[in-house]
Design a protein around this ligand. Structure first.
Ligand code: FES
Length: 124
């Protein structure tokens, strides 16, 4: 660990279907690893609309669609792009090194953290 980071290998990139996702658990953390070509994104496996799982979510390039009520999120930012969720999708920093997907577990970007930052920024 360096500079407050905790990068951990979670899966090989070629174990994630291109244009699809894999569900993973690390301790209490439930993640979706989403792949778009050679890029990977780690998002929290909980829809911020009603807190339901995203195991059966669909992906269209960088858009993730919740199977329950069709909330759509940009997996690069977590921002909702359409549908019923007003809150962003949480996630973690994610990178691909030598074909391995790594996640920085020291820096979660949870839904509420993102939401509160947005609220606080809006107040300034
Ligand atoms: S729980 Fe995901 S859109 Fe409602």
């Amino acid at each position: 660990m360096a500079n407050g980071e905790d990068w951990q290998r979670v899966i090989a990139l070629n174990e994630v279907p291109n244009g699809g996702l894999r569900c993973l658990e690390r301790g209490a953390v439930r993640l979706l690893i989403c792949r778009v070509h050679d890029e990977a994104y780690a998002v929290i496996n909980r829809c911020p609309h009603l807190g339901l799982d995203l195991d059966q979510a669909a992906m269209y390039e960088h858009e993730l669609v919740c199977p329950h009520h069709n909330a759509c999120f940009d997996i690069r930012s977590g921002k909702p792009t359409s549908g019923p969720s007003v809150f962003p999708l949480g996630g973690y920093p994610c990178r691909v090194l030598d074909g391995e997907v790594e996640v920085d577990f020291a820096n979660p970007d949870s839904t509420m953290d993102r939401h509160m930052r947005a609220v606080n920024a809006a107040k300034r």
